[in-house]
Design a protein around this ligand. Structure first.
Ligand SMILES: *[C@@H]1O[C@H](CO)[C@@H](O)[C@H](O)[C@H]1NC(C)=O
Ligand SMILES: *[C@@H]1O[C@H](CO)[C@@H](O)[C@H](O)[C@H]1NC(C)=O
Ligand SMILES: *[C@@H]1O[C@H](CO)[C@@H](O)[C@H](O)[C@H]1NC(C)=O
Ligand SMILES: *[C@@H]1O[C@H](CO)[C@@H](O)[C@H](O)[C@H]1NC(C)=O
Ligand SMILES: *[C@@H]1O[C@H](CO)[C@@H](O)[C@H](O)[C@H]1NC(C)=O
Ligand SMILES: *[C@@H]1O[C@H](CO)[C@@H](O)[C@H](O)[C@H]1NC(C)=O
Ligand SMILES: *[C@@H]1O[C@H](CO)[C@@H](O)[C@H](O)[C@H]1NC(C)=O
Length: 680
């Protein structure tokens, strides 16, 4: 049934495509307002490219419980209440039902390179941020980026009762539009469930003029809280508007473009609506899309905290070729919980006083030092980790506050004191993976008891735990590469940056070197999008990929290489680099990743692999799965980045190895290895 709907939808798109022609007017915001750290040009406002430097224009606003009358809305948007009342055919003080759309006429003018309408807003709560003001209070009519650019207050220093300047997005028609008879532009707030034809019929305009005005085409996706420009030929009045469509109470019309998908049983989440935007479809592309989608869907059915924007998959073209765009637009309920998550992530950062941190860490007592500049803190009986950083920590804060993933360490707060920054993280009880894997070895090495008893099994990681850790790390990296917005490269993955919680589940930490993948320019081909160069090589010897060391090439394959090394550590218990030869003497450094090829190639692979495996596993592991895992690691650390698998593939392979490992019964192996050693 879904397939039929997709077919008809793409058919209708092909049909519309024939009539589409594009003339640049204003570029569409395309969810760039979510990325407050970047001052995207399109997020700063509509470009001042019109025939006039100032003009009358229209905004739309949905009544809220606070702003629900022409008077209050006029106050918020710096507009004229009488004009609002007239245009909407209601009285000045009428109460507008919650969610109803109100048309607001405003004066729009160029201010520097962008059009804007000036409003101002007084902060009312400690929880308000530039983002919440732009998205929630102003419903996306402003953006955090333009607020940051036009207000002097740092985002961390916003206080109640501060008055902030709010540039509201608006635009005047270009000479091309004027030539076609358009006199006004209305900024319409898209609601989930809206689509081009519906919006066009709301305002009785030609859908082509909407594509043109926003530099969009029929196959592109529009998002809620991204104003869409509607060109109008005459002054707006209420009877030009099809209120039956605009009203939030109107039943959603059945549409071919909407493919409802019921979640598989066992999924607690409510229904998900999936819009599939398909380009100039050729028959088999649909099939690929369907397959890709099913794969994606089943892989991600267990989580719903991932994406709203286009599911970008830089590595794996199967899922995202140029003409196929898989996108999940959520119904209002779903999207609310998603955005609440985002809002929560931003607002939930606690600002600590330095004294609070001092109290919590016993004045940074040596006894509370976890490692380096990381201290254990106790807040109201709960543990947290406090990291002291000199200089800029903004990158890490900005990244972590946007990301919510159970395998990525959660940042809960921060503090500025004396030029130092203190980041407060969730506490990982079991410390870092490198300590768990290698410290034991050092002890046993020192006493020369490598392959015998002498250590407690409670401190050692068993096979299932090791596979689970590899899987968790791949999950986190796959999320960073393909599902976070913007995508990130960790760049500094190593076993000392993998923390373990009380259940031995991994949490990737230390994002101080993380880089965003520049996914802004969608016209660039994927190759150039993924290639970034740096002259500044920083990282950890033993984990850095050759192309990075040699040429400073930064791609997601850096993380693939590093996870390969981590998997080798998990298999062998060895460190990524170690001195060869006797302790104390100068010797060659042995790189762990350089050893795996010899293990897996040539004769006696089983024997060589057994020798390679961590003695602490005491032969209690399924050799065939160990072989698969070693093979995966070997591919990850291959010298040529193009032969390394993309992270999606690493993740899929690991999930298979994990599920087989969970089915595996260690007692079989124990029996087996006992009989072997007795046989020897
Ligand atoms: C106006 O339209 C012409 C083609 O009809 C196009 O070449 C030109 O770039 C357009 N100008 C603007 C400002 O969009
Ligand atoms: C964007 O940010 C960069 C550096 O952060 C700055 O040089 C540039 O002027 C900014 N652009 C705008 C439009 O604010
Ligand atoms: C917009 O400009 C016109 C003419 O310049 C003026 O009469 C009108 O009051 C202005 N409206 C607002 C809301 O400032
Ligand atoms: C405006 O509202 C009045 C009464 O509420 C109604 O009689 C009139 O028809 C409405 N005008 C338009 C253009 O909808
Ligand atoms: C709007 O605000 C900007 C920045 O504060 C200012 O430069 C511009 O003149 C203002 N525009 C109007 C019409 O007041
Ligand atoms: C923006 O704010 C609105 C209104 O509260 C909310 O429904 C929406 O989900 C928010 N969007 C994002 C992306 O946070
Ligand atoms: C409003 O939209 C509905 C559904 O598209 C349509 O049936 C109706 O004729 C429209 N009304 C007007 C006045 O355009």
């Amino acid at each position: 049934m879904a397939a039929t709907a997709i077919f008809w939808y793409s058919f209708s798109l092909i049909f519309f495509y024939q009539f589409h022609q594009s003339h640049s007017q204003q570029s569409y915001l395309n969810n760039k307002q979510l990325d407050c750290n970047k001052n995207w040009t399109t997020a700063m406002g509509f470009v001042c490219n019109g025939a006039a430097k100032s003009c009358k224009s229209y905004l739309t606003f949905r009544a809220t419980s606070t702003y629900n009358s022409p008077v209050t809305i006029a106050y918020l948007l710096n507009a004229d209440a009488t004009e609002i009342a007239q245009i909407n055919n209601i009285s000045d003080v009428a109460t507008i039902p919650f969610g109803n759309v109100i048309i607001v006429p405003v004066n729009c003018s160029c201010s520097g390179p962008f059009y804007q309408h000036n409003a101002s807003y007084v902060l009312k709560s400690r929880l308000e941020t530039y983002y919440s003001v732009a998205n929630e209070t102003y419903q996306g009519l402003s953006t955090c980026q333009s607020l940051i650019a036009q207000n002097d207050y740092d985002f961390r220093n916003l206080l109640v009762n501060m008055e902030i300047h709010v540039p509201v997005r608006c635009a005047c028609p270009t000479s091309n539009q004027t030539a076609k008879g358009f006199k006004y532009l209305l900024a319409y707030l898209v609601k989930s469930g809206d689509y081009y034809e519906k919006i066009a019929s709301m305002f009785n305009v030609d859908v082509e003029s909407i594509y043109n005005a926003n530099e969009l085409s029929s196959e592109q996706i529009i998002h809620p809280f991204n104003p869409l420009l509607i060109p109008l030929k005459s002054e707006l009045n209420i009877d030009m508007i099809n209120t039956s469509l605009i009203s939030p109470l109107a039943p959603p019309p059945p549409q071919l473009s909407v493919v409802p998908v019921s979640p598989p049983s066992g999924n607690k989440s409510s229904r998900k609506w999936v819009f599939l935007g398909v380009g100039i479809g050729v028959g088999f592309l649909l099939l690929i899309l369907l397959l890709g989608f099913l794969l994606w869907f089943f892989r991600y059915r267990h989580r719903k905290d991932t994406l709203l924007g286009g599911a970008k998959n830089d590595d794996d073209k199967k899922f995202d070729s140029e003409s196929v765009d898989v996108y999940k637009a959520l119904p209002e309920k779903e999207s609310q919980s998603w955005s609440e998550g985002v809002k929560y992530a931003i607002e939930s950062l606690t600002m600590y006083e330095y004294e609070e941190l001092q109290n919590a860490t016993g004045s940074f007592a040596e006894a509370n030092r976890i490692k380096g500049s990381v201290f254990r803190a106790t807040f109201k009986g709960d543990y947290a980790a406090v990291k002291m950083m000199k200089g800029e920590a903004l990158e890490e804060i900005n990244l972590l506050k946007q990301i919510s993933h159970s395998n990525i360490i959660r940042l809960s707060g921060f503090c500025l004191h004396d030029g130092n920054r203190y980041l407060v993280y969730e506490y990982a009880e079991r410390g870092c993976l490198s300590d768990l894997l290698h410290d034991q070895n050092k002890v046993t090495n020192r006493y020369g008891q490598l392959e015998t008893e002498g250590y407690s099994s409670s401190g050692t990681l068993n096979w299932k735990q090791r596979v689970q850790i590899a899987y968790d790390v791949a999950d986190a990296l796959n999320y960073l590469h393909n599902y976070s917005n913007p995508p990130y490269i960790h760049k500094n993955l190593k076993s000392s940056n993998i923390l373990l919680d009380g259940n031995m589940r991994a949490k990737v930490s230390n994002f101080s070197l993380a880089r965003t993948l520049n996914a802004d320019n969608q016209h660039k081909d994927e190759e150039s999008l993924n290639l970034q160069m740096t002259r500044h090589i920083i990282g950890t010897h033993g984990y850095m990929a050759p192309e990075y060391i040699e040429n400073g090439l930064v791609t997601p394959k850096l993380d693939v290489f590093a996870i390969g090394v981590v998997i080798l550590e998990l298999l062998s218990g060895r460190e990524a680099t170690r001195h060869q030869g006797e302790v104390g003497k100068v010797g060659e450094e042995e790189l762990l990743y350089a050893t795996i090829r010899q293990v897996l190639e040539g004769e006696n692979v089983r024997e060589k692999l057994r020798d390679f495996m961590d003695p602490q596993l005491r032969h209690v592991y399924p050799l065939d799965l160990a072989y698969s895992l070693a093979q995966l690691a070997k591919n990850c650390v291959s010298h040529d980045l193009n032969t390394r698998p993309p992270m999606t593939e690493v993740f899929v392979t690991l999930s298979k190895i994990l599920s087989s490992s969970l089915d595996w019964d260690p007692s079989d192996e124990l029996e087996h290895s006992r009989s072997l050693s007795h046989g020897r």
